[in-house]
Structure formats: C-alpha cells, structure tokens
Design a protein around this ligand. Sequence first.
Ligand code: GRF
Length: 198
Amino acid sequence: MTKRVAIFASGGGSNAVKLMESMQGDHPAMPALIVTNQPNAGVIQQAERFGVACEVIDHKPYAGDRAAFETEIQNRLIPYQIDMICLAGFMRVLTAGFTDHWSGRMLNIHPSLLPKYKGLNTHARAIEAGDKRAGCTVHEVTAELDDGPILGQISVPILSGDAPAKLAARVLVQEHQLYPAVLKRFATGDKTPIMRKT
Ligand code: GRF
C-alpha cells in the first residue's frame, strides 16, 4: 500500500519540494499533506503548485501550551489518513506525546553530521570548531531533539574561507539528494543507512 506522507515545514520548503517531486509514479509513498506553523511560509504556495493539500496551524495562539498545539495538529491530520511524517525544516520542538505516537513513522533532516551539532547554527559551529567536513543527516525522530536512529548522511568538505551561508548552500544541495533517497527506502521498510561523501 502506498504510504501517505505529511511533510511539515516552516519556511521556503525546498526540501519539501524535492520530497513532493520524488514521490511520483510507482513510488512507495505519496505526498498527502503539507503542514506548516507559519501563515506566510513559502511552502504554502509550493503545496498549491503540486496540488497537495496544506494545513496551516499557527503555533502563536498556543504559546506556552505545546500539548494543545500538538493536539490540534493530530486532529488536522485525521482526515488525510497519514501513514508517516517527514519533518523538513519544521521549526517547532515536538514533545514526547507527539513523537511517541509517530515513533518509527517520522523522519527529520538536520543540516549537520549528527551526533555533532544538534540544534541551531550548525554551519557556523562546524566552521568555528575547525572541522574539515560538514553535511546533513536524515534520522528517525524520537523525543530527544535531533536524535534517533540515523538513516542517511552525506558529508561535504568545509573549504578554507567558508562562511556559514556558503557552507549551508553546499549542504542544502546534498539535503535535496539525501532526503528523497532515504524516504524511498524507508517507505518500503528498509532502514539500511545511506552514507555518502562528496
Ligand atoms: C534545511 O537546512 C533543513 O535541514 C533545516 O532547515 C532547512 C530548511 O530548508 N532543518 P527548506 O525550507 O527545506 O528550504
């Protein structure tokens, strides 16, 4: 059975676009829904462009009550019969109540070579540390932020004179390769990690 995927994004959604593009033909998954917490997110137009439904759930009215925000997300997902979730630049921390419910059915992409540099400003931190390589990771989501079993990683060199934005752009190109590749495998039940170096 084709897996029905909800993609969660907060920004422009370039990863969401690559995921939607990839789920075509006899792919084991299909894009059933985009979820965003940002009423002005670019990903809303992208969903329209692909003819994919979009639910906008602004987190601001739920300030201080993550559980209520997540209950609303769960309620909004119900009609779409979602099988799995791909977080793609979704900038809200999810509590254990949500991550446990979707355990084994929720992926995230993070712009670092996890377990290094969980959280924000990953590229600046990698440059600052004098690392030779940076990259991106797709992993299963658990209650711990940017943790959970690693399903794929692509590393890129850090070049001398790299600025965080330049490195971020180099890593993003690889994010766009990695996430669709991991999703395709994962949707068939294959959790063998994809590990690449560029
Ligand atoms: C990506 O770098 C992703 O790894 C991070 O946020 C960024 C989202 O970019 N979590 P986009 O919205 O997919 O273009």
